[in-house]
Design a protein around this ligand. Sequence first.
Ligand code: ADP
Length: 597
Amino acid sequence: MVARLSLPWRWFFSLAAALAVLLFVVRLSLNWALPPFLIAQIRDGLQREAFAARFFLRQELTQPQPDTARLQTLAWELGRNTGVRVTFIAGDGAVLAESEKTFEGMKAMENHLGRPEVQDALRNGVGSSMRHSDTTDVDHLYFAATVPSSTAPSNVVAFVRVALPLHQVSQTVSHVQHVATVATVTVGAMAVPLLFWLARRTSKPILEMRDVAARVARGDFSHRAPANTDNELGELAGALNDMSAQLDARLRELNAEKAELTAVLSSMTEGVLAMDAAGKIRLANEALRQQLDIGEEAIGKSALEVFRNVALQEIVAEAVQTGRVADRDLTFLSPVERMFEVNAARLQSRGGAPAGIVVLFHDITRLKRLENVRKEFVANVSHELRTPLSIIKGYVETLLDPQPPEPEMTRQFLQTVQRHSQRLETLIGDLLTVSALESQQARLQLEPVSLRTVAETAAEEMARQAREKNMTITVGIPAEFPRPRADAQRLHQVFFNLLDNAVKYVQAGGQISISARLADGEIEVQVSDNGPGIAAEHLSRIFERFYRVDKARSREVGGTGLGLSIVKHIVQAHGGRVWAESELGKGSRFYFTLPQA
Ligand code: ADP
Protein backbone atom coordinates (compact mmCIF):
# COMPACT_ATOMS: atom_id res chain seq x y z
CA MET A 1 0.00 0.00 0.00
CA VAL A 2 1.29 3.41 -0.91
CA ALA A 3 1.65 5.68 2.09
CA ARG A 4 -0.62 8.69 1.80
CA LEU A 5 1.33 11.89 1.32
CA SER A 6 0.52 14.81 3.54
CA LEU A 7 -1.05 17.89 1.98
CA PRO A 8 2.12 20.11 2.00
CA TRP A 9 4.08 17.35 0.30
CA ARG A 10 1.38 16.77 -2.26
CA TRP A 11 1.26 20.47 -3.01
CA PHE A 12 5.04 20.62 -3.15
CA PHE A 13 5.24 17.74 -5.61
CA SER A 14 2.41 19.18 -7.72
CA LEU A 15 4.12 22.57 -7.96
CA ALA A 16 7.47 20.92 -8.61
CA ALA A 17 5.94 18.78 -11.36
CA ALA A 18 4.32 21.87 -12.91
CA LEU A 19 7.67 23.66 -12.85
CA ALA A 20 9.45 20.64 -14.34
CA VAL A 21 6.90 20.45 -17.17
CA LEU A 22 7.33 24.18 -17.77
CA LEU A 23 11.10 23.92 -17.93
CA PHE A 24 10.86 20.87 -20.19
CA VAL A 25 8.54 22.70 -22.58
CA VAL A 26 10.90 25.70 -22.65
CA ARG A 27 13.79 23.38 -23.39
CA LEU A 28 11.81 21.59 -26.08
CA SER A 29 10.79 24.89 -27.64
CA LEU A 30 14.42 25.98 -27.74
CA ASN A 31 15.45 22.73 -29.44
CA TRP A 32 12.64 23.03 -31.89
CA ALA A 33 12.69 26.74 -32.70
CA LEU A 34 16.33 27.69 -32.37
CA PRO A 35 17.95 25.83 -35.40
CA PRO A 36 15.43 27.13 -38.01
CA PHE A 37 15.88 30.62 -36.55
CA LEU A 38 19.64 30.43 -36.71
CA ILE A 39 19.57 28.97 -40.23
CA ALA A 40 17.25 31.75 -41.39
CA GLN A 41 19.70 34.29 -39.96
CA ILE A 42 22.64 32.63 -41.68
CA ARG A 43 20.69 32.56 -44.93
CA ASP A 44 20.01 36.30 -44.60
CA GLY A 45 23.73 36.90 -44.07
CA LEU A 46 24.60 34.66 -47.04
CA GLN A 47 22.11 36.53 -49.19
CA ARG A 48 23.76 39.87 -48.38
CA GLU A 49 27.17 38.40 -49.07
CA ALA A 50 25.96 36.81 -52.33
CA PHE A 51 24.56 40.10 -53.50
CA ALA A 52 27.82 41.90 -52.65
CA ALA A 53 29.85 39.24 -54.53
CA ARG A 54 27.46 39.50 -57.44
CA PHE A 55 28.25 43.18 -57.62
CA PHE A 56 31.97 42.46 -58.02
CA LEU A 57 31.41 39.56 -60.39
CA ARG A 58 29.22 41.70 -62.57
CA GLN A 59 31.93 44.28 -62.84
CA GLU A 60 34.45 41.60 -63.85
CA LEU A 61 32.10 40.14 -66.38
CA THR A 62 31.50 43.49 -68.05
CA GLN A 63 35.20 43.53 -68.98
CA PRO A 64 35.74 42.75 -72.65
CA GLN A 65 37.94 39.79 -71.74
CA PRO A 66 37.03 38.22 -68.50
CA ASP A 67 40.08 36.68 -67.00
CA THR A 68 39.62 33.42 -65.06
CA ALA A 69 42.69 34.13 -62.99
CA ARG A 70 41.23 37.49 -61.90
CA LEU A 71 37.94 35.83 -61.11
CA GLN A 72 39.73 33.24 -58.98
CA THR A 73 41.60 36.00 -57.18
CA LEU A 74 38.31 37.83 -56.56
CA ALA A 75 36.78 34.65 -55.18
CA TRP A 76 39.76 34.15 -52.84
CA GLU A 77 39.58 37.81 -51.80
CA LEU A 78 35.89 37.73 -51.05
CA GLY A 79 36.14 34.35 -49.28
CA ARG A 80 38.96 35.56 -47.05
CA ASN A 81 37.20 38.83 -46.15
CA THR A 82 33.75 37.46 -45.50
CA GLY A 83 34.69 34.06 -44.09
CA VAL A 84 32.26 32.30 -46.43
CA ARG A 85 32.96 30.01 -49.31
CA VAL A 86 32.42 31.82 -52.63
CA THR A 87 31.88 30.08 -55.93
CA PHE A 88 31.39 31.76 -59.30
CA ILE A 89 29.54 29.59 -61.79
CA ALA A 90 29.07 30.25 -65.48
CA GLY A 91 25.59 30.34 -67.00
CA ASP A 92 26.14 26.80 -68.35
CA GLY A 93 27.15 25.47 -64.94
CA ALA A 94 30.93 25.46 -65.37
CA VAL A 95 32.78 26.61 -62.28
CA LEU A 96 34.53 29.91 -62.96
CA ALA A 97 36.16 30.40 -59.55
CA GLU A 98 36.12 28.84 -56.09
CA SER A 99 37.44 30.51 -52.94
CA GLU A 100 38.42 27.31 -51.18
CA LYS A 101 40.30 25.72 -54.12
CA THR A 102 43.49 26.34 -55.90
CA PHE A 103 43.30 27.38 -59.46
CA GLU A 104 43.90 23.84 -60.57
CA GLY A 105 41.56 22.40 -58.07
CA MET A 106 38.89 24.71 -59.33
CA LYS A 107 39.43 23.62 -62.86
CA ALA A 108 38.84 20.03 -61.89
CA MET A 109 35.44 20.78 -60.37
CA GLU A 110 32.43 19.25 -62.02
CA ASN A 111 29.59 21.16 -63.62
CA HIS A 112 27.38 22.84 -60.98
CA LEU A 113 24.24 23.52 -63.01
CA GLY A 114 22.46 20.60 -61.38
CA ARG A 115 23.01 21.85 -57.85
CA PRO A 116 19.60 22.44 -56.15
CA GLU A 117 20.41 26.02 -55.16
CA VAL A 118 21.53 26.81 -58.73
CA GLN A 119 18.36 25.28 -60.15
CA ASP A 120 16.38 27.22 -57.60
CA ALA A 121 18.13 30.47 -58.55
CA LEU A 122 17.52 29.73 -62.20
CA ARG A 123 13.80 29.65 -61.48
CA ASN A 124 13.50 32.40 -58.84
CA GLY A 125 16.57 34.57 -59.14
CA VAL A 126 17.86 33.34 -55.78
CA GLY A 127 17.96 29.88 -54.27
CA SER A 128 19.26 28.06 -51.27
CA SER A 129 19.94 24.54 -50.24
CA MET A 130 21.26 22.77 -47.19
CA ARG A 131 23.22 19.59 -47.72
CA HIS A 132 26.42 17.74 -47.22
CA SER A 133 29.30 19.02 -49.21
CA ASP A 134 31.50 16.39 -50.79
CA THR A 135 34.11 19.05 -51.39
CA THR A 136 34.45 20.03 -47.70
CA ASP A 137 32.76 16.99 -46.07
CA VAL A 138 30.53 19.02 -43.74
CA ASP A 139 26.89 20.18 -43.82
CA HIS A 140 26.63 23.45 -45.63
CA LEU A 141 24.03 26.05 -46.35
CA TYR A 142 24.29 27.21 -49.91
CA PHE A 143 22.85 30.38 -51.29
CA ALA A 144 22.91 31.13 -55.06
CA ALA A 145 21.92 34.26 -56.96
CA THR A 146 21.78 34.75 -60.70
CA VAL A 147 23.89 37.35 -62.49
CA PRO A 148 21.73 38.66 -65.29
CA SER A 149 23.19 39.95 -68.59
CA SER A 150 23.63 43.71 -68.54
CA THR A 151 22.21 43.95 -72.08
CA ALA A 152 19.34 41.40 -71.76
CA PRO A 153 18.40 41.13 -68.09
CA SER A 154 16.36 37.95 -68.66
CA ASN A 155 19.51 36.10 -69.69
CA VAL A 156 21.54 34.53 -66.95
CA VAL A 157 25.22 34.82 -67.63
CA ALA A 158 26.51 33.49 -64.34
CA PHE A 159 25.69 32.48 -60.77
CA VAL A 160 27.21 33.59 -57.53
CA ARG A 161 27.10 30.97 -54.87
CA VAL A 162 28.08 31.43 -51.25
CA ALA A 163 28.14 28.72 -48.59
CA LEU A 164 28.78 28.45 -44.91
CA PRO A 165 29.37 25.28 -42.90
CA LEU A 166 26.54 24.60 -40.52
CA HIS A 167 28.57 23.25 -37.59
CA GLN A 168 28.17 26.78 -36.21
CA VAL A 169 24.44 26.21 -35.89
CA SER A 170 24.78 22.99 -33.92
CA GLN A 171 27.48 24.67 -31.80
CA THR A 172 25.16 27.57 -31.01
CA VAL A 173 22.28 25.20 -30.28
CA SER A 174 24.36 23.07 -27.92
CA HIS A 175 25.69 26.23 -26.25
CA VAL A 176 22.19 27.55 -25.73
CA GLN A 177 21.13 24.12 -24.48
CA HIS A 178 23.96 24.12 -22.02
CA VAL A 179 22.97 27.59 -20.78
CA ALA A 180 19.36 26.39 -20.59
CA THR A 181 20.40 23.32 -18.55
CA VAL A 182 22.38 25.46 -16.14
CA ALA A 183 19.43 27.86 -15.89
CA THR A 184 17.01 24.95 -15.30
CA VAL A 185 19.15 23.46 -12.58
CA THR A 186 19.61 26.86 -10.96
CA VAL A 187 15.91 27.65 -11.15
CA GLY A 188 15.09 24.16 -9.86
CA ALA A 189 17.53 24.48 -6.94
CA MET A 190 16.17 27.88 -6.06
CA ALA A 191 12.57 26.77 -6.55
CA VAL A 192 12.72 23.75 -4.19
CA PRO A 193 12.84 25.72 -0.93
CA LEU A 194 10.54 28.35 -2.37
CA LEU A 195 7.99 25.76 -3.46
CA PHE A 196 8.34 24.00 -0.13
CA TRP A 197 7.72 27.22 1.73
CA LEU A 198 4.79 28.03 -0.56
CA ALA A 199 3.27 24.57 -0.12
CA ARG A 200 3.59 24.77 3.64
CA ARG A 201 2.26 28.28 3.83
CA THR A 202 -0.77 27.47 1.69
CA SER A 203 -1.59 24.19 3.35
CA LYS A 204 -1.03 25.41 6.92
CA PRO A 205 -4.48 27.04 7.38
CA ILE A 206 -6.13 23.97 5.84
CA LEU A 207 -4.28 21.64 8.20
CA GLU A 208 -5.20 23.87 11.13
CA MET A 209 -8.84 23.81 10.06
CA ARG A 210 -8.65 20.04 9.75
CA ASP A 211 -7.34 19.85 13.35
CA VAL A 212 -10.06 22.19 14.60
CA ALA A 213 -12.73 20.16 12.78
CA ALA A 214 -11.32 16.93 14.25
CA ARG A 215 -11.40 18.45 17.75
CA VAL A 216 -14.98 19.66 17.20
CA ALA A 217 -15.91 16.13 16.15
CA ARG A 218 -14.44 14.90 19.45
CA GLY A 219 -16.44 17.55 21.36
CA ASP A 220 -13.52 19.90 22.07
CA PHE A 221 -14.61 23.42 21.16
CA SER A 222 -11.70 25.25 22.78
CA HIS A 223 -9.69 25.78 19.57
CA ARG A 224 -10.27 28.28 16.79
CA ALA A 225 -9.13 28.12 13.17
CA PRO A 226 -6.95 31.10 12.02
CA ALA A 227 -9.40 33.39 10.24
CA ASN A 228 -6.97 36.29 9.78
CA THR A 229 -6.55 36.03 6.01
CA ASP A 230 -8.75 37.93 3.63
CA ASN A 231 -9.30 35.14 1.11
CA GLU A 232 -11.72 32.23 0.79
CA LEU A 233 -9.66 30.18 3.26
CA GLY A 234 -10.10 32.93 5.83
CA GLU A 235 -13.85 32.91 5.18
CA LEU A 236 -13.92 29.13 5.50
CA ALA A 237 -12.03 29.34 8.80
CA GLY A 238 -14.47 32.01 10.00
CA ALA A 239 -17.43 29.82 9.06
CA LEU A 240 -15.82 26.84 10.81
CA ASN A 241 -15.28 28.93 13.95
CA ASP A 242 -18.90 30.15 13.89
CA MET A 243 -20.11 26.60 13.44
CA SER A 244 -17.95 25.39 16.32
CA ALA A 245 -19.16 28.21 18.58
CA GLN A 246 -22.78 27.49 17.74
CA LEU A 247 -22.34 23.78 18.26
CA ASP A 248 -20.68 24.48 21.58
CA ALA A 249 -23.52 26.74 22.70
CA ARG A 250 -26.13 24.25 21.50
CA LEU A 251 -24.39 21.37 23.27
CA ARG A 252 -24.11 23.37 26.46
CA GLU A 253 -27.82 24.14 26.27
CA LEU A 254 -28.64 20.51 25.63
CA ASN A 255 -26.40 19.40 28.49
CA ALA A 256 -27.99 21.92 30.83
CA GLU A 257 -31.43 20.75 29.77
CA LYS A 258 -30.36 17.14 30.23
CA ALA A 259 -28.95 17.90 33.68
CA GLU A 260 -32.19 19.64 34.63
CA LEU A 261 -34.23 16.75 33.33
CA THR A 262 -32.04 14.24 35.15
CA ALA A 263 -32.31 16.27 38.35
CA VAL A 264 -36.09 16.48 38.00
CA LEU A 265 -36.39 12.79 37.20
CA SER A 266 -34.17 11.66 40.04
CA SER A 267 -35.87 13.91 42.58
CA MET A 268 -39.30 12.62 41.61
CA THR A 269 -40.98 10.27 44.03
CA GLU A 270 -42.90 8.74 41.13
CA GLY A 271 -41.15 6.11 39.07
CA VAL A 272 -40.47 7.09 35.47
CA LEU A 273 -39.75 4.64 32.67
CA ALA A 274 -38.88 5.80 29.16
CA MET A 275 -38.79 3.50 26.16
CA ASP A 276 -37.83 4.12 22.55
CA ALA A 277 -40.09 3.53 19.57
CA ALA A 278 -38.93 -0.10 19.43
CA GLY A 279 -40.07 -0.64 23.04
CA LYS A 280 -36.55 -0.88 24.47
CA ILE A 281 -35.96 0.76 27.85
CA ARG A 282 -33.89 3.93 27.57
CA LEU A 283 -34.28 5.32 31.09
CA ALA A 284 -35.52 4.28 34.52
CA ASN A 285 -35.30 6.93 37.23
CA GLU A 286 -34.00 6.41 40.76
CA ALA A 287 -37.45 6.05 42.31
CA LEU A 288 -38.44 3.29 39.91
CA ARG A 289 -35.11 1.49 40.32
CA GLN A 290 -35.61 1.38 44.06
CA GLN A 291 -39.30 0.58 44.06
CA LEU A 292 -39.03 -2.30 41.61
CA ASP A 293 -35.42 -3.27 42.29
CA ILE A 294 -34.11 -2.90 38.76
CA GLY A 295 -30.59 -1.92 37.77
CA GLU A 296 -28.52 -0.68 34.87
CA GLU A 297 -28.90 -4.02 33.05
CA ALA A 298 -32.55 -3.14 32.33
CA ILE A 299 -31.45 -0.50 29.81
CA GLY A 300 -31.87 -1.75 26.27
CA LYS A 301 -34.26 -4.56 27.23
CA SER A 302 -38.02 -4.67 26.71
CA ALA A 303 -40.41 -3.89 29.59
CA LEU A 304 -41.78 -7.44 29.51
CA GLU A 305 -38.29 -8.91 29.93
CA VAL A 306 -37.52 -6.68 32.91
CA PHE A 307 -40.85 -6.50 34.76
CA ARG A 308 -42.48 -9.77 33.62
CA ASN A 309 -45.84 -8.06 33.92
CA VAL A 310 -48.30 -8.69 31.10
CA ALA A 311 -50.70 -5.97 32.31
CA LEU A 312 -47.93 -3.36 32.01
CA GLN A 313 -47.29 -4.54 28.47
CA GLU A 314 -51.00 -4.15 27.73
CA ILE A 315 -51.07 -0.56 28.98
CA VAL A 316 -48.03 0.31 26.88
CA ALA A 317 -49.63 -1.32 23.82
CA GLU A 318 -52.87 0.58 24.49
CA ALA A 319 -51.02 3.91 24.69
CA VAL A 320 -49.17 3.16 21.47
CA GLN A 321 -52.32 2.15 19.60
CA THR A 322 -54.72 4.84 20.80
CA GLY A 323 -52.23 7.70 21.20
CA ARG A 324 -54.01 8.58 24.44
CA VAL A 325 -52.77 8.24 28.01
CA ALA A 326 -53.50 4.72 29.23
CA ASP A 327 -54.20 4.45 32.96
CA ARG A 328 -54.50 1.40 35.21
CA ASP A 329 -53.77 0.23 38.76
CA LEU A 330 -51.19 -2.57 38.72
CA THR A 331 -49.83 -4.85 41.41
CA PHE A 332 -46.17 -5.85 41.31
CA LEU A 333 -45.23 -8.81 43.49
CA SER A 334 -41.45 -8.46 43.46
CA PRO A 335 -39.34 -7.41 45.39
CA VAL A 336 -42.29 -6.75 47.76
CA GLU A 337 -45.94 -6.48 46.93
CA ARG A 338 -46.64 -2.96 45.75
CA MET A 339 -49.52 -1.29 44.02
CA PHE A 340 -49.03 1.40 41.41
CA GLU A 341 -51.25 3.70 39.47
CA VAL A 342 -49.58 3.42 36.07
CA ASN A 343 -49.93 6.00 33.30
CA ALA A 344 -48.46 5.31 29.87
CA ALA A 345 -48.22 7.98 27.19
CA ARG A 346 -46.91 7.85 23.65
CA LEU A 347 -44.24 10.36 22.68
CA GLN A 348 -44.16 11.88 19.22
CA SER A 349 -41.27 13.42 17.39
CA ARG A 350 -41.71 16.83 15.70
CA GLY A 351 -42.58 15.14 12.45
CA GLY A 352 -45.35 13.15 14.17
CA ALA A 353 -43.53 9.83 14.04
CA PRO A 354 -43.72 7.74 17.25
CA ALA A 355 -40.60 8.57 19.29
CA GLY A 356 -41.17 6.37 22.32
CA ILE A 357 -43.27 5.76 25.41
CA VAL A 358 -43.13 7.24 28.89
CA VAL A 359 -44.62 5.31 31.76
CA LEU A 360 -45.27 6.91 35.15
CA PHE A 361 -45.51 4.72 38.27
CA HIS A 362 -47.33 6.29 41.19
CA ASP A 363 -46.93 4.15 44.31
CA ILE A 364 -50.38 3.77 45.88
CA THR A 365 -49.52 0.87 48.19
CA ARG A 366 -49.91 2.98 51.36
CA LEU A 367 -53.03 4.64 50.04
CA LYS A 368 -54.61 1.30 49.26
CA ARG A 369 -53.62 -0.08 52.65
CA LEU A 370 -55.09 2.95 54.41
CA GLU A 371 -58.20 2.62 52.34
CA ASN A 372 -58.53 -1.03 53.38
CA VAL A 373 -57.92 -0.15 57.04
CA ARG A 374 -60.56 2.56 56.81
CA LYS A 375 -63.06 0.19 55.17
CA GLU A 376 -62.37 -2.45 57.80
CA PHE A 377 -62.72 0.14 60.56
CA VAL A 378 -66.06 1.40 59.23
CA ALA A 379 -67.30 -2.20 58.94
CA ASN A 380 -66.16 -2.96 62.51
CA VAL A 381 -67.70 0.21 63.95
CA SER A 382 -71.01 -0.48 62.20
CA HIS A 383 -70.99 -4.00 63.51
CA GLU A 384 -70.13 -2.90 67.08
CA LEU A 385 -72.90 -0.29 67.05
CA ARG A 386 -75.49 -2.56 65.56
CA THR A 387 -75.30 -5.27 68.21
CA PRO A 388 -76.30 -3.15 71.26
CA LEU A 389 -78.74 -1.16 69.17
CA SER A 390 -80.62 -4.24 67.94
CA ILE A 391 -80.73 -5.58 71.52
CA ILE A 392 -82.11 -2.25 72.81
CA LYS A 393 -84.60 -2.15 69.92
CA GLY A 394 -85.78 -5.73 70.70
CA TYR A 395 -86.39 -5.03 74.39
CA VAL A 396 -88.08 -1.69 73.73
CA GLU A 397 -90.42 -3.36 71.22
CA THR A 398 -91.29 -6.04 73.78
CA LEU A 399 -91.95 -3.35 76.42
CA LEU A 400 -94.19 -1.47 73.96
CA ASP A 401 -96.23 -4.62 73.33
CA PRO A 402 -99.99 -4.16 74.01
CA GLN A 403 -99.60 -6.82 76.68
CA PRO A 404 -96.60 -5.60 78.67
CA PRO A 405 -94.59 -8.16 80.70
CA GLU A 406 -94.77 -8.49 84.45
CA PRO A 407 -93.40 -5.47 86.39
CA GLU A 408 -90.43 -7.57 87.57
CA MET A 409 -89.63 -8.57 83.95
CA THR A 410 -90.11 -5.01 82.80
CA ARG A 411 -87.53 -3.92 85.32
CA GLN A 412 -85.07 -6.58 84.13
CA PHE A 413 -85.68 -5.55 80.50
CA LEU A 414 -85.08 -1.91 81.32
CA GLN A 415 -81.86 -2.83 83.12
CA THR A 416 -80.66 -4.66 79.97
CA VAL A 417 -81.57 -1.63 77.87
CA GLN A 418 -79.63 0.53 80.29
CA ARG A 419 -76.57 -1.78 80.15
CA HIS A 420 -76.50 -1.73 76.37
CA SER A 421 -77.04 2.03 76.25
CA GLN A 422 -74.07 2.24 78.61
CA ARG A 423 -72.08 0.08 76.22
CA LEU A 424 -73.02 2.28 73.29
CA GLU A 425 -71.95 5.32 75.26
CA THR A 426 -68.58 3.73 76.11
CA LEU A 427 -68.09 2.67 72.51
CA ILE A 428 -68.87 6.12 71.18
CA GLY A 429 -66.59 7.63 73.83
CA ASP A 430 -63.73 5.35 72.73
CA LEU A 431 -64.42 6.10 69.05
CA LEU A 432 -64.28 9.82 69.78
CA THR A 433 -60.98 9.29 71.59
CA VAL A 434 -59.57 7.34 68.59
CA SER A 435 -60.81 10.01 66.24
CA ALA A 436 -59.31 12.81 68.37
CA LEU A 437 -55.98 10.98 68.60
CA GLU A 438 -55.85 10.52 64.84
CA SER A 439 -56.79 14.05 63.95
CA GLN A 440 -54.42 16.96 64.24
CA GLN A 441 -56.33 18.23 67.30
CA ALA A 442 -54.59 15.59 69.35
CA ARG A 443 -51.66 17.84 70.09
CA LEU A 444 -49.98 16.74 73.26
CA GLN A 445 -49.69 19.22 76.11
CA LEU A 446 -46.25 18.18 77.27
CA GLU A 447 -45.14 19.03 80.80
CA PRO A 448 -43.25 17.22 83.56
CA VAL A 449 -45.72 14.77 84.96
CA SER A 450 -45.60 12.76 88.21
CA LEU A 451 -46.20 9.16 87.14
CA ARG A 452 -47.11 8.25 90.71
CA THR A 453 -49.86 10.90 90.91
CA VAL A 454 -51.35 9.98 87.52
CA ALA A 455 -51.28 6.25 88.33
CA GLU A 456 -52.84 6.82 91.79
CA THR A 457 -55.65 8.96 90.34
CA ALA A 458 -56.51 6.23 87.83
CA ALA A 459 -56.31 3.59 90.56
CA GLU A 460 -58.70 5.59 92.76
CA GLU A 461 -61.17 5.84 89.90
CA MET A 462 -61.07 2.07 89.58
CA ALA A 463 -61.18 1.53 93.35
CA ARG A 464 -64.95 0.94 93.55
CA GLN A 465 -64.97 -1.75 90.84
CA ALA A 466 -61.84 -3.31 92.36
CA ARG A 467 -63.46 -3.42 95.78
CA GLU A 468 -66.57 -5.04 94.29
CA LYS A 469 -64.36 -7.84 92.95
CA ASN A 470 -62.33 -7.87 96.11
CA MET A 471 -59.15 -6.89 94.21
CA THR A 472 -56.21 -4.81 95.29
CA ILE A 473 -54.42 -2.22 93.19
CA THR A 474 -50.90 -1.32 94.32
CA VAL A 475 -49.03 1.69 92.95
CA GLY A 476 -45.31 1.05 93.54
CA ILE A 477 -43.85 4.19 92.02
CA PRO A 478 -41.74 6.25 94.44
CA ALA A 479 -42.68 9.92 94.85
CA GLU A 480 -39.19 11.06 93.81
CA PHE A 481 -39.27 9.01 90.58
CA PRO A 482 -38.06 11.12 87.56
CA ARG A 483 -40.86 13.01 85.92
CA PRO A 484 -41.22 12.43 82.16
CA ARG A 485 -42.49 15.18 79.91
CA ALA A 486 -45.96 13.98 79.01
CA ASP A 487 -49.58 14.96 78.46
CA ALA A 488 -51.08 14.26 81.91
CA GLN A 489 -54.61 13.73 80.66
CA ARG A 490 -53.58 11.26 77.92
CA LEU A 491 -51.24 9.46 80.30
CA HIS A 492 -54.11 9.12 82.74
CA GLN A 493 -56.10 7.46 79.96
CA VAL A 494 -53.28 4.93 79.46
CA PHE A 495 -53.27 3.93 83.14
CA PHE A 496 -57.06 3.93 83.27
CA ASN A 497 -57.43 1.64 80.22
CA LEU A 498 -54.79 -0.80 81.52
CA LEU A 499 -56.34 -0.93 85.01
CA ASP A 500 -59.83 -1.16 83.55
CA ASN A 501 -58.76 -4.22 81.49
CA ALA A 502 -57.11 -5.82 84.52
CA VAL A 503 -60.20 -5.31 86.72
CA LYS A 504 -62.40 -6.59 83.88
CA TYR A 505 -60.48 -9.74 82.97
CA VAL A 506 -58.84 -10.79 86.29
CA GLN A 507 -60.87 -13.05 88.50
CA ALA A 508 -62.23 -11.84 91.85
CA GLY A 509 -59.64 -11.47 94.55
CA GLY A 510 -56.86 -10.78 92.02
CA GLN A 511 -53.98 -8.41 92.44
CA ILE A 512 -52.92 -5.57 90.22
CA SER A 513 -49.71 -3.63 90.61
CA ILE A 514 -48.14 -0.66 88.88
CA SER A 515 -44.39 -0.10 88.92
CA ALA A 516 -41.79 1.92 86.98
CA ARG A 517 -38.04 1.77 86.40
CA LEU A 518 -35.35 3.46 84.34
CA ALA A 519 -33.96 1.32 81.51
CA ASP A 520 -31.51 2.44 78.78
CA GLY A 521 -32.35 6.10 79.23
CA GLU A 522 -36.08 5.42 79.07
CA ILE A 523 -38.78 5.19 81.67
CA GLU A 524 -40.42 1.79 81.60
CA VAL A 525 -43.82 1.39 83.29
CA GLN A 526 -45.30 -1.99 84.06
CA VAL A 527 -48.93 -2.83 84.89
CA SER A 528 -49.20 -6.46 85.95
CA ASP A 529 -51.92 -8.72 87.22
CA ASN A 530 -52.32 -12.34 88.30
CA GLY A 531 -55.28 -12.94 86.03
CA PRO A 532 -55.94 -15.60 83.33
CA GLY A 533 -53.16 -14.37 81.02
CA ILE A 534 -53.20 -14.20 77.23
CA ALA A 535 -52.19 -16.98 74.82
CA ALA A 536 -48.99 -16.34 72.79
CA GLU A 537 -50.78 -16.25 69.41
CA HIS A 538 -52.92 -13.29 70.55
CA LEU A 539 -50.18 -11.28 72.28
CA SER A 540 -48.94 -9.51 69.16
CA ARG A 541 -52.44 -8.61 68.02
CA ILE A 542 -54.25 -7.36 71.13
CA PHE A 543 -53.15 -3.77 70.41
CA GLU A 544 -55.04 -3.79 67.07
CA ARG A 545 -58.38 -2.04 66.89
CA PHE A 546 -61.35 -4.23 67.77
CA TYR A 547 -59.11 -7.22 68.40
CA ARG A 548 -60.33 -9.34 71.25
CA VAL A 549 -59.21 -12.71 72.50
CA ASP A 550 -62.72 -13.70 73.49
CA LYS A 551 -65.43 -11.56 71.94
CA ALA A 552 -68.27 -12.77 74.15
CA ARG A 553 -66.25 -12.31 77.33
CA SER A 554 -65.19 -8.82 76.26
CA ARG A 555 -68.79 -7.80 75.54
CA GLU A 556 -69.98 -9.28 78.78
CA VAL A 557 -67.54 -7.15 80.76
CA GLY A 558 -68.34 -4.06 78.67
CA GLY A 559 -65.21 -4.02 76.46
CA THR A 560 -65.15 -2.17 73.14
CA GLY A 561 -62.02 -3.73 71.66
CA LEU A 562 -60.47 -0.24 71.43
CA GLY A 563 -58.86 0.14 74.90
CA LEU A 564 -55.39 -1.20 74.09
CA SER A 565 -55.26 0.46 70.63
CA ILE A 566 -55.88 3.79 72.38
CA VAL A 567 -53.05 2.96 74.82
CA LYS A 568 -50.71 2.18 71.89
CA HIS A 569 -51.67 5.36 70.07
CA ILE A 570 -51.02 7.61 73.08
CA VAL A 571 -47.71 5.95 73.98
CA GLN A 572 -46.44 6.16 70.43
CA ALA A 573 -47.47 9.82 70.24
CA HIS A 574 -45.16 10.37 73.23
CA GLY A 575 -42.33 8.63 71.38
CA GLY A 576 -42.55 5.42 73.42
CA ARG A 577 -43.18 1.71 72.80
CA VAL A 578 -45.81 -0.64 74.15
CA TRP A 579 -45.91 -4.41 74.51
CA ALA A 580 -47.31 -7.21 76.63
CA GLU A 581 -45.88 -10.38 78.16
CA SER A 582 -48.09 -13.18 79.34
CA GLU A 583 -48.60 -16.86 79.70
CA LEU A 584 -51.92 -18.58 80.02
CA GLY A 585 -52.88 -18.92 83.71
CA LYS A 586 -49.90 -16.91 84.90
CA GLY A 587 -51.17 -13.35 84.71
CA SER A 588 -50.29 -10.57 82.24
CA ARG A 589 -47.70 -7.76 82.24
CA PHE A 590 -48.29 -4.69 80.13
CA TYR A 591 -45.29 -2.45 79.48
CA PHE A 592 -44.90 0.99 78.00
CA THR A 593 -41.95 3.33 77.78
CA LEU A 594 -41.63 7.10 77.81
CA PRO A 595 -38.59 9.12 76.88
CA GLN A 596 -36.77 10.51 79.92
CA ALA A 597 -37.00 14.30 80.14
P1 ADP B 1 -61.54 -4.71 75.29
O1 ADP B 1 -62.38 -3.52 75.24
O2 ADP B 1 -62.15 -5.88 74.66
O3 ADP B 1 -60.98 -4.98 76.64
P2 ADP B 1 -58.85 -4.03 74.69
O4 ADP B 1 -58.22 -3.45 73.48
O5 ADP B 1 -58.73 -3.21 75.92
O6 ADP B 1 -60.34 -4.37 74.34
O7 ADP B 1 -58.21 -5.43 75.00
C1 ADP B 1 -58.09 -6.35 73.91
C2 ADP B 1 -58.16 -7.79 74.42
O8 ADP B 1 -57.00 -8.10 75.19
C3 ADP B 1 -59.28 -8.00 75.34
O9 ADP B 1 -60.44 -8.35 74.63
C4 ADP B 1 -58.78 -9.15 76.20
O10 ADP B 1 -59.08 -10.40 75.57
C5 ADP B 1 -57.31 -9.01 76.24
N1 ADP B 1 -56.87 -8.40 77.52
C6 ADP B 1 -56.62 -7.08 77.76
N2 ADP B 1 -56.15 -6.89 79.01
C7 ADP B 1 -56.12 -8.12 79.60
C8 ADP B 1 -55.72 -8.58 80.87
N3 ADP B 1 -55.25 -7.75 81.83
N4 ADP B 1 -55.80 -9.92 81.14
C9 ADP B 1 -56.24 -10.77 80.16
N5 ADP B 1 -56.62 -10.40 78.92
C10 ADP B 1 -56.56 -9.07 78.62
